[in-house]
Each structure stands twice: as structure tokens, then as C-alpha cells.
Design a protein around this ligand. Structure first.
Ligand code: GAL
Length: 402
């Protein structure tokens, strides 16, 4: 079921004679892995895809819901073939793409690829502009389940077009429409989960639900605390746009990066989980630390992220609390769940004691509640919670009626 919002948008568009992308998938934020943060172009290969699929099984990630093995930029050759088809790089895909998707499907997992709405991808490989229907037919024939779609080398007043254009012709919305329509056109052959990677341009959250199943709401997560702060703080103001079938994508989880601490990884994962971002691991599963593994295997947090209601948490201001500061992660977050409310407490700017009276939490009210904190495992009953939280750490509390 899509949300009332998406259904309404669809109904309006259908009455205008346009079909909306509404193919019954993407009803929860997608979970998986992407090659880009691992080794950029070098990780866009069959061996990385299959190795990661095996790790999904051996590390218990598949059982927790991690499903998509997504190969990012640089998987093809630099030119199309004489009939205009994309060509998997034979050095990276010695047996082609289908041999890999078949194996991944046999393991009960799904496979994704990356493309671009412009003439070239951001790393300079063929883009799909003018080839949308033919490229989707190729993806469908390979059994591809997911398509991340970027916005480099797109229509521009500058000639030749730069990688990122400052004087665009049209907008990301107009550039993405032909691919959206091609995916709708191929829906009876293959349902493809469509991820819009337009870095939050043109306020994509206001129209993304009718174009794809998720949309990047910001430029890249660079793997440092500043990225977590920039993206996480911006998620608060656009929470209302996330719903089953269309989610704000806060970008890949850059866990295990040397640039963020073990503590910061907890806030990174916890905030992405409660704001209903896709949970896409951007790390090498051969090098994962015990700390990172325990974070990404936190079933309580995953269950909150995958809650069927699909409503993103946002900030709220308890009586006496300071006002939010732009670009900084506010301490108090809450969002509805199908069986309760999630409260997030973030020590984004200072360590300290963070307390909340449940009567002040949106969706709760006066009364006694049962709660469980997902990182410490602490449980309790009562009218409030209070935690001492280290700088850049987080507590995630699921609250249910006592
Ligand atoms: C960027 C995108 C990254 C990655 C990269 C590949 O535009 O935001 O997530 O896909 O391109 O070149």
C-alpha cells in the first residue's frame, strides 16, 4: 500500500493522463550494500558483488533484511556497442552481468546497478540520456532489481557540458522523467526499484515520490562527522515527505570510515534508521570491525527502520529546551511506529544528561509507558527517560503503551 499522499498524487496524475511510478515495491526503505565507498571504480566488479553476497549470508545480514547488492559507477566499458547497448566491462564481469544476478537471486538476494541521466556518468562512463527505454530493456534482460540514477553531464548552457553544470537547461525533474517512464513501461517484464541520485537538487523530496522509490536529499556523505551533521540535521525538515513507496535517502552508511569514531557511527546509523533512510552499507565487509558489525546487526534499530508505517522521525522541542540550530543535530527526535513511538536522543553538540517526559513527545501523552533503548538494551516503565550520553553518541528508545 502506498501512503495516502502518494496515492493522491498518483490519482491526480492518472487523471491528467500520466502514469505514476507505483509498482508495489519500495514500500520500506531498501537495505543493502553499495560498492562506491568501498573502492570507487575498482569495486564495480562481479567479484566484489559475489563476495558481498556471500558475506550477507555468513555475517547473518541477509536474515536481518539486508537484501540489495548494488554496483555503483564504472561497471561498463567507456563506450556503447555499435547498436547503442551498454557493455559490461569484460575485465570486471568476465561472464557478463546475468551470470552474477542469477547467482545472487539464487541466494535469495537482489542486484542493483548505477546509471546517469546525462551523457556520461559522474566518472565518465556512458550515461542514459536518449537511451532510456533501451537501457531499461537491457537491465530487465539481466534481471536487475535496482537502478541508482545520477545527474552528471546533464543538459547545460555550457559546451561541452561539465560534470556538474551551474547553468542547467531544464531541471533534474525533466531529466529524470524519461527514465521513470521507461521503468514504468517495462514494469510488466521487471519491477525495478528506482533511486534518484540528484543530490537534493530542485527540492526532490517534494516530487520524488512520483518519480522513484527513494531520492538522495543531499550531496555525498564523505565519511566524516561533518557529513553526518550536515545530512542528519537536514533530514528533520523534510521528514513528512517520506512514506511507503518513497523515502528520503540520506546516502550510504559510511561506517568504518577512518574519519568517524566508533561513537559517531552509532549516531550515524541510529539517525539514518529512525528517519527511515535506506540502510545501504558503504563499506568493505571483509574489513568490518566488531563494533561496526554490532551496530549494523542491531535488530531493534532495523525493525524501527523497517516499520510498515514508514513514517520518518523528526525533531520536537520539549519545554525549556533550546531552539534548533541550523546545520547542527538537534537532541530531541520522535516518530510514529505501527506499535508505538520512537524517541531519538542525540548528543550532537555536547555530552550530557538528556531527559524526556513522555507527555511532551508527539504521539504520546500523559501516562505511563513501557520503553526499550536499542543500543544499551535497557528497559523500563514510567513517564520519562533519562540518559547520560557521550558527545556524538545517541540513544534510540522505543516507547509502547504500558
Ligand atoms: C556521485 C554520487 C555518489 C556516487 C558517485 C559515482 O554523484 O553522489 O553516490 O554514485 O557519483 O561517480
Amino acid at each position: 500500500m502506498r501512503s495516502w499522499k502518494a496515492s493522491l498524487v498518483s490519482a491526480v496524475l492518472v487523471s491528467q493522463g500520466t502514469s505514476a511510478l507505483n509498482n508495489g515495491i519500495g514500500l520500506k526503505p531498501h537495505m543493502g550494500w553499495s560498492s562506491w565507498n568501498v573502492a570507487q571504480c575498482n569495486a564495480a566488479s562481479a567479484s566484489y558483488a559475489l563476495d558481498t553476497a556471500n558475506k550477507f549470508i555468513s555475517l547473518g545480514l541477509k536474515d536481518l533484511g539486508y537484501e540489495y547488492i548494488n554496483i555503483d559507477d564504472c561497471w561498463s566499458t567507456k563506450s556503447r556497442d555499435s547498436s547503442g547497448k551498454l557493455v559490461p566491462d569484460p575485465a570486471k564481469w568476465p561472464n557478463g552481468i546475468k551470470a552474477v544476478t542469477d547467482k545472487i537471486h539464487d541466494m535469495g538476494l537482489k542486484f542493483g546497478l548505477y546509471g546517469c541521466a546525462g551523457q556520461k556518468t559522474c566518472a565518465g562512463y556512458p550515461g542514459s540520456e536518449g537511451h532510456e527505454a533501451s537501457d531499461v530493456a537491457q537491465l530487465a534482460s539481466w534481471g536487475v532489481d535496482f537502478w541508482k540514477y545520477d545527474n552528471c553531464y546533464t543538459p547545460c548552457q555550457q559546451n561541452p557540458r561539465p560534470q556538474t553544470c551551474n547553468s542547467p537547461t531544464g531541471s533534474t525533474k525533466t531529466w529524470y522523467a524519461p527514465m521513470r517512464d521507461a521503468i514504468i513501461g517495462a514494469q510488466n517484464t521487471r519491477k525495478i526499484n528506482f533511486n534518484l541520485c540528484n543530490w537534493g537538487r530542485d527540492q526532490v523530496w517534494t516530487w520524488g515520490a512520483d518519480y522513484g522509490h527513494s531520492w538522495r536529499m543531499s550531496v555525498d556523505n564523505w565519511g566524516d562527522w561533518a557529513s553526518v551533521e550536515r545530512i542528519g540535521s537536514a533530514a528533520a525538515g523534510i521528514a513528512n515527505y517520506s512514506a511507503p513507496g518513497g523515502f528520503n535517502d540520506l546516502d550510504m552508511l559510511y561506517l568504518g570510515s577512518a574519519k568517524i569514531s566508533a561513537t559517531e557511527e552509532k549516531l550515524h546509523f541510529g539517525l539514518w534508521a529512525i528517519t527511515k533512510s535506506p540502510l545501504v552499507l558503504g563499506l568493505d565487509l571483509n574489513k568490518i570491525s566488531a563494533n561496526t558489525l554490532s551496530i549494523i546487526r542491531n535488530k531493534g534499530l532495523i525493525d524501527i527502520n523497517q516499520d510498515p508505517l514508514g513514517k520518518a522521525a523528526t525533531t520536537f522541542r520539549p519545554p525549556g529546551a533550546a531552539a534548533p540550530v541550523n546545520g547542527k543535530i538537534y537532541p530531541y527526535w520522535a516518530g510514529p511506529l505501527s506499535d508505538g513511538v520512537v524517541v531519538g536522543l542525540c548528543a550532537g553538540t555536547s555530552a550530557g544528561t538528556y531527559s524526556v517526559n513522555f507527555k511532551d513527545v508527539p504521539g504520546l501523552g500523559a501516562g505511563s509507558y513501557t520503553w526499550k533503548e536499542m543500543y544499551t538494551g535497557q528497559t523500563g516503565n514510567g513517564t520519562s527517560v533519562s540518559f547520560n550520553i557521550d558527545l556524538h553518541d545517541m540513544r534510540v528508545v522505543k516507547v509502547t503503551k504500558a
